[in-house]
Design a protein around this ligand. Sequence first.
Ligand code: ATP
Length: 250
Amino acid sequence: MSTPLLQVQGLVKRFGGLTATDRLELSLAAGETHALIGPNGAGKTTVMGQLTGELLPDAGRVLYDGQDITRWPVPQRALAGIARSYQITQLLHGFSVLENVMLVVQARSGHSFGAWTPVHRQRALTAPALQALAQAGLAERAHDDVMALAHGEHRQLELAMALAMQPRLLLLDEPLAGMSQGESARMVDLLQGLKGRYTMLLVEHDMQAVFSLADRVSVLVYGRAIACGTPAEVQADPAVRSAYLGDDHG
Ligand SMILES: Nc1ncnc2c1ncn2[C@@H]1O[C@H](COP(=O)(O)OP(=O)(O)OP(=O)(O)O)[C@@H](O)[C@H]1O
């Protein structure tokens, strides 16, 4: 069996007396879509933060492509291909959708394009930015001001910006949050189209979406993974049903 793209081993994160991540084990094969679910406060966002490098664990290791990245800072992980898509509050207003994504491409490229002619520079940034927008279903909005986007399109732009990082591991933090039914269905379709091309870790409260998208699901309760398996296995697990899916409540 090939090395998993992501391995989380014995991860622990404490906030004072609270153990938000409790000896977590997680493994994602390359190309897998893995959902992390659990009730409010279970520790899902805290895990995401430790994968991006925004939070440092108190114990345990994070291995990415076989390398120990536990202490790597955020930019190093991003350049290695770990991208997080979550609600971005700092879009550049007054700039187009395309220009906002081009800035991500420029940051990702790691150089200033100083020696390039404007035409070459423009092309080097535009083509990958347009490709990311197309993958996120926003190509036709490329030249509109970001302010003109509807909520669902805003979330698509966040996905495009994560894709512009050319990730191998895509961390999706509640991509359906606040969406209408129609917008959710569109986003699920888009994510369905990305399946297999990226390794994805999905945190999401919409169970219908989770069970339709994920190859495997890990269930977190009080920071601990109480179950991990296919959507069918997890839905049938008695511990999951009583702790999370509300079996006890009919
Ligand atoms: N910076 C922090 N300082 C102190 N406690 C924190 C901090 N961040 C999270 N917590 C606590 O850690 C626990 C896990 O929080 P976390 O946000 O990771 O849960 P979650 O599963 O993402 O919840 P939700 O589904 O509501 O987003 C919660 O009890 C939360 O209050």
